[in-house]
Design a protein around this ligand. Structure first.
Ligand SMILES: [Zn+2]
Ligand SMILES: [Zn+2]
Length: 342
């Protein structure tokens, strides 16, 4: 590729409220793949709530003018000199976890998601709201068969984080799981739970999300503050609302577990030991995912076809997609159509 070649990309130039337009669509030099990286032509990029937190400055700026987007489905167009895992023309997935140190106790102990030197796509490095992007080959995913590109994109964060949250929620066999909030990640997690033989209760404010939950097989769907029809063995909080932590804890049966899936949560109100925590109820957070979780999730998705509900946007509409996500106007997962397969 010529040194002067350019591409179009959305950049977070002024992190702040969406009304002030933090993102701009710009022409940028074509990125270059490092020796261990792939250069990828982006076909589809999912729009995740974390992109909203990056754009609005809820997450501190790690790279000024960063290109958001960490649910990338693309085609390898060039590979670095050290890459042996992939070939030009391969379809790959790029997710949030971009690099880890490989040497710390977390990395060596199978918990690379906790690596203090980890780097993230669309936060520390430019992501997929662009015509081209790069990824370290060892952190790129091979994608499961049987899905269209538009269906695969949301699996790369919404699906992966939901899967990690599902594992962290420690739902017993045939147990009862409550899901608070029902966006992109939750609608995939619900299907993982249902396919595993678990009863699912969904608690969310959006009427459309409640009807989608019932369509997918949830046993009940109520408002976020409603008490589910039976005590829960486990709950996953997807809504970034700290006020729901005590609500979900009260809905748990004795010994139940609440997993909090968001990277950002508003403040948790004061908890009362007797009402919210006693009887060995557990609260756990969820931090990104390991590559191992990702590979396990994609194997699961290959065996159990997941219905991925998407709301597509044109590449040029990324700012509108984020505004719709912020306003709860997206059914399932928002995705950007960026390129078409060759
Ligand atoms: Zn590490
Ligand atoms: Zn995400």
């Amino acid at each position: 590729m010529g040194a002067t070649e350019t591409m179009r990309a959305w950049a977070v130039e002024n992190p702040g409220p969406l009304e002030r337009g933090p993102l701009s669509l710009r022409s940028r030099p074509m990125p270059r793949a490092e020796a261990d990286e792939l250069l990828v032509r982006v076909l589809v990029c999912g729009v995740c709530r974390t992109d909203l937190h990056v754009a609005e400055g809820d997450l501190p700026v790690h790279r000024p003018g960063v290109v958001p987007g960490h649910e990338v489905v693309g085609e390898v167009v060039e590979k670095g000199t050290e890459v042996t895992e992939f070939e030009v023309g391969d379809r790959v997935g790029i997710a949030w976890l971009r690099r880890t140190c490989g040497r710390c106790t977390y990395c060596r102990g199978g918990r690379e998601n906790l690596c203090p030197r980890s780097l993230y796509t669309g936060w520390d490095a430019d992501g997929g709201y662009a015509e081209h992007t790069t990824v370290p080959a060892q952190y790129a995913y091979r994608l499961p068969p049987g899905y269209a590109d538009e269906q695969l994109a949301p699996l790369l964060c919404a699906g992966l984080i939901g899967y990690r949250a599902w594992l962290r929620a420690q739902v017993p066999d045939g147990g009862r799981l409550g899901i608070y909030g029902f966006g992109a990640s939750a609608h995939l997690t619900a299907q993982v739970a249902l396919a595993s033989g678990v009863t699912v209760h969904v608690l969310t404010r959006s009427e459309a999300a409640r009807s989608l939950a019932l369509e997918l097989g949830a046993a009940s769907a109520g408002g976020p503050a409603d008490r589910p029809p039976e005590p829960l063995d486990s709950a996953v909080l997807f809504a970034p609302v700290g006020d729901l932590v005590p609500v979900a804890l009260e809905a748990l049966d004795r010994g139940g577990t609440l997993a909090i899936a968001g990277i950002h949560l508003t403040d948790v109100p004061v908890l009362t030991y007797q009402r919210h925590l006693f009887y060995e109820r557990t609260v756990r957070s969820v931090t990104a995912n390991t590559r191992c979780d990702g590979q396990e999730f994609f194997r699961f998705a290959a065996r159990h076809p997941l219905r991925v509900t998407t709301t597509p946007y044109l590449f040029e509409e990324a700012d509108r997609a984020l505004a719709d996500l912020a306003g709860d106007r997206v059914r399932g997962a928002a995705i950007l159509r960026i390129g078409s397969a060759t």
